[in-house]
Design a protein around this ligand. Structure first.
Ligand code: F6P
Length: 332
């Protein structure tokens, strides 16, 4: 009989994690479950750093960015004996199930733990990267997209005023989902992300800038760059582009700015739905080693082990459309 469940937030924090914690706690209280919140991700298990979470603790937290439980990338869990020790502590604390709100790395931690832990483990997709299979969107992605877009729109103003080229680097560790989405929504002239190839052809991009400006006259040119694409960094790429295109190119790295801020409405709704669904499915006995996700508007369970098995596919229609727009400028 389920009596006590644990919850933690792990890996890169994402707006909406607090909303998910609230939904977990409020739903658990409907079943009379006690909720233990581990602090600083899986580290909270090793350090026995936790707090009991009651309804009153999650009042007025939905709109807050970050996570009230704090987050971390845990070094102890992947160490030899790490998962075994974490499981032993969870058993000692009488934790019947563990809910982990995080991304790919956190779910790999869940799988390691599952070899030793006798309780149930459930994942909730919390990452700005939207790089998990099994859910259309992850908690935090919509807010990060809006944040990136606000920045791109502002940079467009100054880029227009000076008729400059800007290279705007956005986050996204394994996929270009955020780059592609922010680039399309921000009407970027060019998007450099892994979905279009793993390498960056500087001469080709410089030629694109020149041909675009030949066609439109002196004007702004925005390139959105996914963070993994140019290991030397956005500043170095901007420098090279300036030299090769003969136009002024500046770099802006949006970085951790994209992780912060109050979650937008759709993130709060997704987090509430998935938090509540995860607890309900746990009680129904269906959720062990599953991630609670959403597909086509329906809450679904998806095997945790498969969430990172392949690179999440970006929208092929939008990818192809953006490419056709670019090719059109190349041709003219
Ligand atoms: O996974 C979320 C994320 O923000 C990625 O987009 C980024 O690559 C990474 O985390 C940054 O991690 P850290 O905050 O540890 O530097």
């Amino acid at each position: 009989m389920m009596q006590r469940i644990g919850v933690l937030t792990s890996g890169g924090d994402a707006p909406g994690m607090n909303t998910a914690i609230r939904a977990v706690v409020l739903t658990a209280s409907q079943y009379g479950l006690e909720v233990i919140g581990f602090r600083h991700g899986f580290n909270g298990i090793f350090q026995r750093d936790f707090q009991v979470l009651q309804s009153t603790d999650v009042r007025q937290i939905s709109h807050l960015g970050g996570t009230i439980l704090k987050s971390a990338r845990c070094k102890a869990l992947p160490q030899p004996g790490g998962a075994e020790l974490a499981a032993q502590i969870l058993h000692e604390l009488g934790i019947d199930a563990l809910l982990v709100i995080g991304g790919d790395g956190s779910f790999r931690g869940c799988m390691a733990l599952s070899h030793h832990y006798r309780g149930q483990i459930v994942g909730l997709p919390g990452t700005i990267d939207n790089d998990l299979d099994g859910t259309d969107l992850t908690i935090g992605f919509a807010t990060a997209l809006q944040t990136a877009l606000d920045a791109i729109d502002k940079i467009r103003d100054t880029a227009d005023a000076f008729e400059r080229t800007f290279l705007i680097e956005v986050m996204g560790r394994h996929t270009g989902y955020l780059a592609l989405s922010a680039g399309i929504a921000g009407s970027a002239e060019q998007i450099i992300c892994p979905e279009y190839g793993e390498t960056v052809d500087v001469a080709d991009i410089a030629a694109d800038i020149r041909s675009y400006q030949k066609q439109h006259g002196a004007c702004s040119y925005i390139i959105v760059l996914a963070e993994t694409m140019y290991p030397a960094g956005a500043a170095a790429l901007a420098q090279e582009l300036s030299e090769q295109s003969g136009t002024e190119c500046r770099a802006v790295v949006l970085g951790h700015l994209q992780r912060g801020g109050s979650p937008v409405g759709s993130d709060r709704i997704l987090a509430t739905k998935l938090g509540a669904y995860a607890v309900e499915q746990l009680m129904a006995g269906h959720a062990h080693l599953m991630m609670a996700g959403e597909q086509a508007g329906q809450a679904v369970l998806f095997p945790l082990s498969l969430t990172g098995a392949q690179h999440k596919k970006a929208d092929p229609f939008l990818l192809a459309w953006q490419d056709r727009v670019l090719q059109q400028h190349k041709a003219t």
